[in-house]
Design a protein around this ligand. Structure first.
Ligand code: ADP
Ligand code: MG
Ligand code: MG
Length: 208
């Protein structure tokens, strides 16, 4: 995928996020303060507003620009976590003009590492990290096993969904859900849901 393909993918993600206002807001209203959709939607609408400029940028500059914009425009935990993820991922893209299957795994791994470091969270803490961690692991295993492209796309999509659903039974260790007496058990994490939407589309573009 080149810069134009990546921008097309971001536009598709932005439309998906925009259409999930009610559900995501409901999830963050249960476990958090109800603003997760507003935060993530603001971020993707910012990306949409930069479309023309982003199309002219090399991949590393594109990711770095998106990360810096998210840091400055998106509020809440999401702004910092996604901002840092994009900026860190941009460092894997210096001199790269095509994100192929192995590079895609490298980019997602860099984003995951940045989020885990910045949020001091680990898999199982009931956050947006859960679907991303599971996808990176399954994606790397699929590459290792030499799985064909279409299979990798399905693995990414299925695993992201599972990662989101797995947060339902988890006991929150990070974020606002930890303030609840029940630690959110029984409810899907909002950040995990929006991470799933993104990974589902990313999988289809990267390996579809
Ligand atoms: P805020 O909680 O500040 O209102 P958002 O509502 O935008 O921010 O994002 C909440 C989401 O952020 C949670 O659903 C969870 O997935 C994620 N999250 C919260 N804290 C952390 C953390 N320390 N590490 C990773 N993800 C986190
Ligand atoms: Mg919130
Ligand atoms: Mg908030």
């Amino acid at each position: 995928m080149n810069s134009n393909n990546i921008v097309d993918m971001f536009l598709e993600i932005a439309a998906k996020i925009e259409s999930e206002k009610e559900y995501v807001t409901e999830l963050d209203s249960v476990l958090g303060d109800g603003d997760h959709w507003v935060n993530i939607n603001k971020g993707y609408q910012k990306i949409v507003s930069m479309e023309d400029k982003l199309r002219t940028l090399a991949l590393n500059e594109l990711f770095r620009t998106v990360g810096m914009s998210l840091m400055s425009t998106v509020g809440g935990s999401s702004g910092v976590l996604y901002g840092d993820a994009f900026i860190t991922a941009s460092k894997t893209l210096v001199g790269v003009d095509d994100i192929d299957l192995p590079k895609g795994a490298e980019v997602l791994k860099a984003a995951l590492d940045a989020m885990m470091k910045r949020g001091k969270a680990k898999p199982g803490d009931k956050t947006m990290i859960d679907p991303l961690y599971q996808v990176v692991t399954a994606y790397e295993e699929a590459l290792e096993a030499g799985a064909p492209k279409e299979e990798v796309a399905k693995i990414i999509s299925d695993t992201a969904k599972k990662g989101m659903n797995d947060t339902k039974d988890m006991v929150a260790q990070k974020g606002r859900a930890t303030y609840r007496q029940d630690k959110g058990v029984g409810y899907i994490d909002a950040g995990a849901a929006t991470m799933y939407y993104q990974l589902d589309i990313i999988g289809k573009h990267i390996a579809g």
